[in-house]
Ligand binder design. Structure first.
Ligand SMILES: NC(=O)c1ccc[n+]([C@@H]2O[C@H](COP(=O)([O-])OP(=O)(O)OC[C@H]3O[C@@H](n4cnc5c(N)ncnc54)[C@H](OP(=O)(O)O)[C@@H]3O)[C@@H](O)[C@H]2O)c1
Length: 334
């Protein structure tokens, strides 16, 4: 099969190149998926630079999500997830959350990380969902404990993850405040959900509290991190939670620990990829329980910047690296 060349850690930063690679063989509890579309994530950029190796035992080929058809089930795989999830068989159209291996024509996927493609969605649309969907679910709901009637501030909300997180938070019944560097990009989020945009900077805490009736917010889902994270915690109300999901703005900050103590604030780091297969399967099942019907009828939808043919993968990586993408970059796999 054709696949993105796995990272050679001694070779440093290299151009993404497609090479012939042996087909993966599905192990127990896995399905072999014939990939029709896949999408890019910032973690792929890091992996390509040798900075983000896959969890032990997972494919060395980059690519954290895909859609396609099940070609075969591995030994002792009855097609069922741990709970009452859907049963799968060869020929089913699925999308998948991956620990790696998605930038290829075939990938072996733990059955618990498969999801049926929602009604009416193309392979390309479905490939744009697993990472943003599960990252949003895990951090808003599982770690962030967001419930109806609460307020969430999503930082770096004009990101790919943000374009889904705002929809999900609104569907959960939360009030959604969105922060980022560019007001123009934040305003576009109004097409997706009812949001209140505010620019990152010194006024953020004041603006967030003003938009929330003078009160602190219940949750910050923070995709940026960096020096301003500490001061931003001032936007939290008493017993507020901050879930740190990305560190695009840097990996250190000063935090007023006295404030954390007094107001009983919680700060939680969160990574999706390194979670165990069983943790991922549970998250996938919960996510599809809530989001499945909403994806079927269009209340939740993927946001795609562009769809490129697989052979233009280097161009797609370059575009992601340069920034300014709106939603996801998807690759159509022949
Ligand atoms: N922890 C996890 O499991 C997990 C899973 C998925 C993603 N992530 C992380 O989540 C973040 C977003 O991922 P994505 O795929 O959605 O990325 P993306 O679509 O490429 O978007 C990147 C976003 O980051 C913003 N940004 C870049 N540099 C910034 C800075 N210095 N200060 C503030 N904002 C900055 C950009 O702002 P503009 O809108 O102004 O351009 C843009 O909105 C990344 O850090 C990614 O690694 C984490």
């Amino acid at each position: 099969m054709l696949a993105l060349r796995p990272v050679d850690r001694d070779a440093g930063d290299r151009q993404p190149t497609l090479v012939e690679h042996p087909d993966p063989v599905p192990g127990p509890g896995e399905a072999l998926v014939r990939v029709r579309a896949t999408a890019l994530n910032r973690a792929d950029l890091l992996q390509l630079r040798g900075l983000y190796p896959p969890p032990s035992g997972e494919s060395e080929i980059p690519g954290l999500e895909c859609s396609g058809e099940i070609e075969a089930l591995g030994p002792a795989t009855d097609g069922h997830t741990a709970g009452d999830g859907p049963g799968y068989k060869a020929g089913d159209r699925v999308m998948a959350l991956l620990a790696g291996g998605g930038h290829a024509q075939k990938v072996a996927v733990p059955v618990g990380q498969l999801m049926p493609i929602p009604n009416g969605l193309s392979f390309e649309q479905a490939a744009a969902l697993p990472e943003v969907g599960l990252t949003s679910w895990v951090n808003l709901v599982i770690e962030g404990e967001l419930t109806a009637g609460q307020t969430v501030l999503i930082v770096a909300a004009a990101s790919g993850v943000g374009t889904f997180a705002v929809q999900l938070a609104a569907e959960l019944g939360a009030k959604v405040l969105v922060a980022g560097r560019s007001l123009e990009r934040l305003e576009r989020l109004r097409e997706l959900a009812e949001v209140e945009p505010m620019v990152l900077g010194e006024r953020l805490v004041t603006d967030a509290r003003a938009a929330n009736g003078g009160r602190g917010v219940d949750l910050i889902m923070d995709l940026a991190g960096g020096q301003d994270l500490g001061p931003r915690l001032g936007a939290l109300g008493r017993r507020g939670r901050c879930v740190l999901v990305g560190i695009l703005a840097g990996n250190s900050t000063d935090i007023d620990l006295g404030d954390v103590l007094r107001r009983r604030i919680r700060i939680q780091g969160s990574v999706l990829r390194s979670r165990s297969r069983s943790e991922k399967a549970r998250a996938v099942e919960e996510f599809m329980g809530f989001a499945g019907p909403r994806l079927d009828d269009g209340r939740l939808r993927p946001v795609i910047d562009d769809i490129l043919p697989f052979e233009r993968i280097a161009e797609a990586y370059d575009r992601l690296r340069k920034g300014g993408v709106w939603g996801k970059l998807v690759l159509r796999v022949p």
